[in-house]
Design a protein around this ligand. Structure first.
Ligand SMILES: [Zn+2]
Length: 185
């Protein structure tokens, strides 16, 4: 799994295309994309509450089903406050999918490897045979919160995040350039 930095960059990369220039006209959209790009990893929270952060990680929040449910929920909320519901649905689903793609392409060191990306169609766990993102250490299964946090803020994770930056930023630049070109037509 990539770090929150990697997930945010991947989310911002895919969001460049449909949002075009408008993304950069609003800090709200930037914040929204970053939150949605990392939302699947909120499955750390219930484990954090019970002192076993990894307990529920890589469950059904990492699935196309969760992406669609969240996108519908956000589109309804957008409609209620007079935002473009269709656009919110599309961006939310796309950015959420980008999180799944990032995790699919990242090294996973603990069983079950990968995540049930196709839930509810299938509950099987999938992981790419070729992984391009380095692992982000977040403790062994059953590790307490303090040792998980010590691993999260460790030097190897800093290096892994730097590598994510180097891998993703060229793609971000390309989509940014495409979005600028598209918006000037
Ligand atoms: Zn994840």
């Amino acid at each position: 799994m990539p770090s929150p930095i990697g997930h945010s960059l991947i989310g911002l990369t895919v969001a460049n295309l449909p949002l075009k220039k408008q993304l950069y006209q609003s800090i709200f959209w930037l914040g929204y994309v970053v939150i949605i790009a990392n939302a699947a990893d909120l499955d750390f929270l219930p484990g954090w509450i019970i002192g076993d952060m990894n307990r529920y990680h890589h469950g059904i929040s990492h699935s196309i089903g969760a992406a669609v449910i969240l996108a519908i929920f956000c589109a309804i909320a957008a409609k209620l406050i007079d935002l473009d519901a269709k656009r919110v649905f599309f961006v939310t689903a796309l950015v959420y999918f980008s999180h799944l793609l990032g995790d699919y392409l990242g090294v996973d060191r603990s069983e079950p490897y990968g995540a049930p990306f196709l839930w509810p169609i299938s509950s099987e766990y999938y992981l790419s045979p070729v992984q391009i993102f380095h692992p982000i250490e977040h403790g062994d299964p059953g590790a307490g919160n303090s040792s998980v946090f010590a691993e999260i803020f460790s030097y190897p994770n800093l290096i892994a995040a730097a590598i994510e930056y180097i891998i993703v930023v060229p793609f971000w630049l390309v989509t940014f350039w495409l979005s600028r070109r598209g918006s000037s037509d």
